[in-house]
Write a protein that binds this ligand. Structure first.
Ligand SMILES: Cc1cc2nc3c(=O)[nH]c(=O)nc-3n(C[C@H](O)[C@H](O)[C@H](O)COP(=O)(O)OP(=O)(O)OC[C@H]3O[C@@H](n4cnc5c(N)ncnc54)[C@H](O)[C@@H]3O)c2cc1C
Ligand code: SF4
Ligand code: SF4
Length: 403
């Protein structure tokens, strides 16, 4: 019998969520692979056809984005109730956060108003500052300690048992693929009464941990000596910063660290991602990048501002009440999609092109996860024939080269 997990990994469709290690108990464990991503490692064969059926429905390497009822009505930004720009009212949160701190401010609102009792979210390991992991935050202090983006692998199902055993209501924060697969699992196993809401962010991909370690090496910094590593924040977009005790030993701009280093080692499964915009979340935050007079992104430092995509009724209630109680402030009441496309050109372009990238991957004889083909073909209808051919050929080339 074909090993489905190994097939997903071999075809570069694994996102490292860790679901398989929980589904097929004692058959797989998650570990960091040589190329620096969380990947399943097989301990023993699994021959359970019932579990295989579940895996086919739940693994993001098998199903990346399901068909939704709303698909006939949506554009490239998916379904939403409202899209605006916001920032945290608390100046300290806004300053420390990746963008405008709205995400953290919303979590503080949910905890302080006893709407949730905990938050499943990513936090830096206290002892090893270049590693991050999922934890359940139970206090505002925990939430504040989890502020900021971590451009490195994390595995959402690592805390599945803690979620199952948690007494009280939870908010879940994760990358779009984390949210989609975790929500599918929660629905399939009737655990919905435990989860109040799902919060995500726009996602350009998960870089290998080797990309971070390369930056340390290039700067002659010994990873065992560092006491702090921040990818961004403390301003917007802020700097990639590393400290040894109190001494700052690395400070690199966001454009240099993300565009020139981290994004070059994003996992292959992100290249064909059909949901970097968090369609399954209740609220999605992103960077509302400033635009210059030519309509291009201006990355110079300024006060952080979030794009806030409110996708559900529960998301709208959270945002409206958090504004009323002054946890977050609105900057622009409504963003039109034209402005969204300019603030997030990568996401907009990717949604319009991913259909042909996936086609290229299929032509190179690789499996691809399920996605609604008609919808994405429609998103790409304005690409010229030349562009379509280029996208397909470039995708075939990348698959053959394994990058
Ligand atoms: C892998 C990755 C890719 C990203 N790609 C884009 C992009 O293409 N476009 C864009 O506009 N923004 C991107 N972001 C950044 C994201 O936009 C900001 O985190 C978002 O704007 C929220 O800002 P904030 O100030 O409100 O968040 P903060 O208040 O700083 O909160 C950040 C939250 O994200 C959680 N988190 C951090 N790292 C991870 C992780 N690796 N996995 C899961 N959860 C995590 C933290 O636990 C925290 O709750 C990305 C972030 C990550 C981690
Ligand atoms: S995507 Fe998740 S469930 Fe699928 S093989 Fe990778 S770690 Fe396992
Ligand atoms: S780009 Fe897509 S697949 Fe990659 S980490 Fe982000 S949401 Fe997941």
């Amino acid at each position: 019998m074909k090993d489905l997990v190994e097939t997903v990994v071999k075809n570069n469709n694994c996102v490292g969520c860790g679901l398989c290690s929980k589904l097929y108990q004692n058959c797989y464990g998650m570990q960091i692979s040589e190329d620096g991503y969380y990947r399943p490692k097989k301990f023993r064969d699994n021959h359970n056809s019932e579990l295989n059926e579940k895996f086919k429905q739940l693994c993001p390497g098998m199903v990346r984005r399901e068909k939704l009822k709303s698909d006939n009505e949506i554009g490239i930004w998916g379904k939403y109730e409202k899209v605006c720009t916001t920032y945290a009212s608390n100046e300290d949160i806004r300053y420390k956060a990746s963008t405008g701190g709205s995400l953290t401010a919303i979590l503080v609102y949910l905890l302080e108003n006893n709407i949730v009792d905990g938050v499943l979210q990513v936090r830096t390991n206290e002892k090893v500052p270049y590693i991050s992991q999922y934890e359940i935050s139970k206090s505002v202090e925990d939430v504040i300690n989890s502020i900021g983006s971590r451009y490195e692998p994390t595995s959402i199902f690592s805390k599945l048992n803690e979620v199952k055993n948690f007494e009280g209501m939870l908010a879940i924060v994760g990358k779009p693929c984390d949210i989609a697969s975790f929500k599918r699992y929660i629905q399939k196993y009737d655990l919905e009464e435990k989860i109040y809401c799902y919060i995500s962010f726009l996602c350009g991909g998960t870089p290998s941990i080797n990309a971070t370690l390369d930056i340390l090496k290039e700067n002659n910094v010994d990873k065992s000596e560092i006491t702090e590593l921040k990818y961004r924040g403390e301003g917007w977009p802020g700097y990639f910063k590393v400290k040894k005790e109190e001494e700052e030993v690395i400070k690199i701009s966001y454009t240099e660290s993300w565009a020139q280093k981290l994004s070059k080692k994003v996992q292959q499964s992100c290249r064909i991602c059909t949901d970097g915009i968090g369609e399954m979340a209740d609220i999605v935050f992103g960077d509302a990048w400033n635009l210059n007079e030519n309509g291009k992104i201006d990355f110079s430092e300024s006060d952080g501002l979030n794009i806030t995509l409110v996708r559900s009724k529960i998301g709208k209630d959270i945002i409206d009440n958090a504004i009323k109680k002054d946890y977050i402030k609105i900057d622009t009441e409504h963003l039109d999609e034209n402005t969204l496309n300019k603030m997030q050109p990568f996401q907009a372009m990717h949604r319009k092109q991913v259909y042909y990238k996936i086609l290229g991957k299929k032509l190179s004889m690789k499996n691809v996860p399920y996605f609604p083909k008609k919808l994405f073909k429609n998103f790409s209808k304005n690409q010229s024939i030349v562009k379509r051919i280029k996208l397909i050929l470039s995708s075939v080339k990348k698959e053959i080269k394994g990058v």
